[in-house]
Write a protein that binds this ligand. Structure first.
Ligand code: FEO
Length: 162
């Protein structure tokens, strides 16, 4: 049976993933209002993935015989200083999520909970990808975002994400 401390950490992670979905939907809304449909699409798709993450953990707790407690989700920031700011906020947020996932892995290791370690291993791989995507976006914005042509190109590319 999963340790109480570990199940509580996973329960909190559900909330963090739901907050991520909220944050990315707010960013998507921000870009939609700016007329950048591709950026908006990118973050809308990401918001959907975050919901999947939350429910994946929810399902794991159920399988472990724990009933998840769904807590209040904090309101995300919805206004930003400029077009670059949400990209930086997303990258910083992904780094925060990575450290949270790592803490769960560390706790599972301390409990000799091999099943939870395997489960959370999926999230460790996922975070590597998400952090890279978020970091790449900041880099690409810095390379291309200062000209309207570059911004158009980047927006078109981000619009392809499904
Ligand atoms: Fe589910 Fe982007 O962390």
């Amino acid at each position: 049976m999963i340790a109480k401390k570990l199940s509580e950490m996973l329960n909190e992670q559900i909330n963090k993933e739901l907050y991520s979905a909220y944050l990315y939907r707010a960013i998507s809304n921000y870009y939609a209002a700016k007329g950048l449909k591709g950026f908006s699409n990118w973050f809308a798709v990401q918001a959907g993935e975050e919901l999947d993450h939350a429910w994946k953990i929810n399902g794991y707790l159920i399988d472990e015989g724990v009933v998840p407690v769904l807590e209040t989700i904090s309101a995300p920031v919805g206004s930003f200083d400029d077009l670059r700011a949400p990209l930086v906020a997303a990258y910083e947020h992904e780094k925060f999520i990575t450290s949270s996932i790592n803490e769960i892995f560390k706790a599972a290791d301390g409990e000799d909970d091999y099943r939870t370690k395997r489960f959370i291993g999926w999230f460790i791989d996922e975070q590597a990808e998400e952090e890279k995507n978020a970091s790449d976006l900041v880099t690409e914005y810095d390379l291309f975002g200062s000209s309207s042509q570059g911004l158009f190109m980047l927006d078109s590319k981000l619009g392809d994400r499904k």
